[in-house]
Write a protein that binds this ligand. Structure first.
Ligand code: DC
Length: 221
């Protein structure tokens, strides 16, 4: 069972993915982390994340053990990630990494939850469950602003909102694997939902897909 979750930044897709994976006993891959790991590693070794040959070499040697490094949450890693994520050759290498994970999740789990921008459209178009998590830019900016303040970091709401809009623009309008819902994705708008309500709505979709799968199996036999 593969669950594909996509959506813009701060839509709540990561929290949802983690919670679904824990509930179902599935493995979870935050695919943004792999772009961050590549970008960050390039910068750490003194390279330029805009240089394709360097980014490609790092992507090919990606070590899954580095994906939990706390430095990957930094703005520096996010910026470097957005640069390497624009390169087709890098995406191709990372595509294989993601598909391998979906097929054989770490730890031998019976299913996988992957969250990102192009999971339902490119990485796992055959996934039986595809969720596209959205929320208004204002709601997402408010969540990010609160998160930064809680971490003790300086934050100005108007700036966070502008950054969010700029990032949406870059993610949706880039030529390579732009952010968009798969045709058969369930659109989950979390603007007016708290985390528990969003989780309940997502779980209902998963259960529905599972019931359909069992039904199709029994009619096929
Ligand atoms: O979700 P995030 O902020 O961790 O993503 C980091 C960068 O990687 C961001 O620029 C979008 C990009 N990304 C992508 O292109 N495809 C994915 N499946 C996940 C993230």
């Amino acid at each position: 069972m593969i669950i594909a979750i996509d959506g813009p930044s701060a839509s709540g897709k990561g929290t949802l993915a983690k919670r679904l994976a824990a509930h179902l006993g599935f493995a979870h891959l935050d695919t943004g982390k792999i772009y961050r790991a590549v970008g960050y590693q390039v910068v750490r070794q003194g390279g330029d994340p805009e240089d394709e040959a360097t980014a490609l070499a790092v992507a090919r040697a990606l070590d899954p053990a580095t994906l939990s490094a706390p430095q990957l949450s930094s703005d520096e890693a996010a910026l470097a990630a957005s640069k390497v994520a624009r390169m087709n050759a890098v995406r191709d290498v990372l595509l294989q990494f993601q598909r391998d994970f979906a097929e054989s999740p770490f730890g031998g789990a019976s299913g996988a939850v992957l969250d990102g921008r192009d999971i339902g459209t490119v990485v796992c178009p055959e996934a039986p469950v595809k969720l596209y998590v959205v929320a208004s830019a204002e709601v997402r900016a408010e969540r990010r602003h609160k998160e930064l303040l809680e971490r003790g970091e300086a934050s100005i709401y108007a700036r966070v909102l502008q950054d969010m809009k700029d990032r949406d623009e870059r993610d949706t309008n880039r030529s390579v694997a732009p952010l968009k819902p798969a045709d058969d994705a369930f659109i989950l708008d979390t603007s007016g939902l708290n985390a528990d309500e969003a989780f309940a709505a997502a779980l209902a979709e998963v259960e529905k897909a599972d019931a359909d799968r069992l039904q199709n199996k029994s009619t096929a036999t």
